[in-house]
Design a protein around this ligand. Structure first.
Ligand code: G6P
Ligand code: MG
Length: 219
């Protein structure tokens, strides 16, 4: 029986892909690296260091660990500054509605984000009250597609994976949910999250009614 929901943050609750893009773009321009929106799409759901490694591989550049940390930190300073502009108006359409609905119906709700800035984003959105548990980039060491962050959320909620539905917009995020034995809802195009149990183009269509109708035997 479904008792809980675990939400990814970036691309599900709010769309911070643009701020990530702008921050990586600034660093890339300064360093003379090639980086565009298409490359940025590959960074969805993966950690800051893995994102930097992806950009460097794309540019066929190899750097020592110390420089990697320095550059990732530099990107994060720019990103955090951009986060200051996020307001409670910046929920993705439909996100606040389903979170409110889940609260009303008494479901357990956790955040399962790879971001080390998740707390800050939740505060900017005034969204902390929707979550019983916040799992973020500080909670676990293994990143998606490893299911660690979702297993952390489920355990803190006191639930088994098969009692939870995970919401994700990243290909590796859906992999992580399935690897952990969770039910999954993909948000985005078929090419990205078509392997989820259920998929919607946007959060606006992902209502609790639709989810209950699809997973009817589980409620
Ligand atoms: C999310 C985003 C990724 C980002 C990661 C780490 O999963 O989708 O694009 O790289 O978080 O974010 P952070 O805020 O820790 O740099
Ligand atoms: Mg995401």
């Amino acid at each position: 029986m479904i008792k809980g929901f675990i939400f990814d943050l970036d691309g599900v609750i709010t769309d911070t892909a643009e701020q990530h893009f702008l921050a990586w773009k600034k660093l890339s321009d300064e360093m003379g690296w090639e980086f565009d929106r298409e490359v940025n799409e590959n960074l969805r759901g993966i950690s800051r260091m893995d994102s930097l490694r992806f950009i460097l591989d794309h540019n066929e550049i190899s750097l020592d660990d110390e420089t990697l940390v320095e550059l990732a930190t530099k990107k994060n300073v720019v990103y955090q500054d951009l986060l200051n502009d996020i307001t409670p108006e910046d929920f993705l359409p439909g996100a606040k509605e389903i979170l409110t609905h889940l609260r009303t119906e008494g479901f357990h709700v956790a955040l399962g984000s790879s971001s080390k800035n998740a707390q800050k984003v939740l505060e900017q959105l005034s969204a902390t009250g929707y979550f019983d548990v916040v799992g973020d980039g500080h909670s676990v060491t293994k990143s998606k597609p490893n299911p660690a962050i979702f297993l952390f959320g489920a355990e803190k909620l006191g639930l088994q994976p098969e009692e939870c539905i995970v919401f994700e917009d990243a290909e590796k995020g859906i992999d992580a949910a399935k690897n952990g034995g969770f039910y999954s809802v993909g948000i985005g195009p078929y090419e990205r999250v078509g392997h989820a149990h259920l998929r919607f183009d946007t959060m606006a269509e992902a209502t609790l009614f639709e989810i209950k109708s699809y997973f009817k035997d589980l409620f």
